[in-house]
Design a protein around this ligand. Structure first.
Ligand SMILES: NC(=O)c1ccc[n+]([C@@H]2O[C@H](COP(=O)([O-])OP(=O)(O)OC[C@H]3O[C@@H](n4cnc5c(N)ncnc54)[C@H](OP(=O)(O)O)[C@@H]3O)[C@@H](O)[C@H]2O)c1
Length: 343
């Protein structure tokens, strides 16, 4: 018996990645695909990579009633639009993994500061579990609503949290410099994302305060009890997928930092701490649900940590499936690749 699943936002980049993952999953099965402007078309007409019987599935409207049999809903929708779909799915008795930012914050004020708009369902904030699997497993297992973390926060918090917990990092003046492939911005048409605007170029954006800064600060505090101040600068690169985050950190006992990270993640299937001095690359994680972490100690009080993820996998749909596996009591690694698509 498989578990029927709905994917809302199936025509976007994270939705398409979810189709690919769920099709290969031993326990889940795609039972419903939802879209917005493309509703009414067949999946294969809109998604060039979608083949086989899935290509013939008709895309339902985002607000269409979900089939009774569906037990799990992935909402891969823009923030703002996701909240109402999440509410409706929960009312219908489904479990939900929301890939948007709509349930990542615990305070309406913070949500409004980050996203510039009111939230229609603040009553669900308490119910939502922030699904950074490595640090929230037991809460995720008991939850019916998981807020899947953002891609930049995932690549930042995984290495940062263990060192903050150890009390070895200066909590002000943390600099996070990230580079993302263009799929991080989604599939909708934007002038900034045209080939001629992106190709042969790298640019920073989102300053003075990118919306993920609030998420990183809130969950650094939530997971460690330490309030931090971040300077976060994201960049977009002319590549389809991949994310590299560089953390510039100061503190004490930097020679112990590698050991702390190594011990924290020793049994984690999807986090790999590289030997001291070895730094990761996006090609080493592309197509996998892995986060690779490398550290370079610069002196007794300073170090640089580099982490890499595939923004569409550990940064979105892969982590969403990891969360769903936990919510349904399945093997956490079911349907998820540990090895990268390499070269
Ligand atoms: N891309 C990433 O790397 C990444 C990483 C982490 C989290 N996320 C988050 O995941 C969510 C999906 O991202 P994405 O990159 O997959 O976006 P995307 O490629 O732009 O796809 C958006 C999807 O939502 C549908 N949609 C658009 N406007 C809608 C509306 N007003 N109401 C209902 N549905 C609507 C679209 O349907 P039609 O095509 O039919 O219009 C499409 O299926 C976003 O909240 C994003 O912030 C993305």
């Amino acid at each position: 018996m498989t578990i029927p699943v709905a994917i809302l936002g199936a025509t976007g980049y994270t939705g398409a990645e979810l189709i690919r993952l769920i099709e290969a999953h031993p326990e889940f099965e795609v039972a419903h695909l939802g879209a917005h402007s493309q509703a009414g078309k067949r999946a294969g007409e809109v998604l060039p990579g979608c083949a086989g019987s899935m290509a013939n599935m008709t895309l339902a409207a985002a607000d269409a009633a979900l089939p009774d049999a569906v037990a799990l809903v992935f909402t891969a929708l823009p923030h703002g639009a996701a909240a109402n779909s999440v509410f409706a799915a929960l009312e219908a008795g489904k479990k939900v993994v929301d890939l948007s930012a709509d349930f990542r914050h615990k305070s309406h004020d913070i949500y409004k500061s980050a996203y510039g708009t009111d939230h229609p369902h603040t009553e669900l904030f308490e119910k939502a579990v922030y699904g950074l699997c490595e640090f929230a497993r037991s809460n995720i297992r008991d939850s019916s609503l998981v807020a899947n973390p953002g891609c930049y926060p995932t690549s930042t918090l995984l290495p940062l949290v263990p060192l903050l917990k150890a009390g070895l990092i200066d909590t002000s003046g943390i600099i996070v410099d990230s580079k993302s492939g263009a799929s991080g911005a989604g599939r909708s048409a934007k002038t900034d994302l045209l080939y001629c605007e992106l190709n042969d170029s790298v640019k920073a954006y989102g300053l003075p305060r990118h919306r993920h800064t609030w998420e990183m600060e809130e969950w650094a505090l939530g997971f460690t009890g330490h309030e931090i101040q971040l300077r976060f600068v994201p960049h977009i690169l002319p590549m389809s997928r991949g994310m590299l985050t560089t953390l510039h950190l100061s503190g004490s006992k930097t020679n112990n930092w590698h050991d702390i990270l190594h011990k924290t993640f020793a049994d984690e299937p999807f986090v790999r701490v590289l030997p001291q001095g070895t730094l990761p690359s996006t090609s080493g994680v592309s197509g996998s649900n892995r986060c690779d972490i490398g550290i370079a100690v610069l002196g007794a009080h300073e170090a640089v940590i580099v982490s890499c993820i595939d923004n569409l996998l550990k940064g979105a749909s892969g982590q969403a499936v990891q969360n769903a596996n936990l919510m349904f009591g399945l093997d956490e690694t079911a349907g998820l690749a540990i090895h990268a698509l390499w070269p």
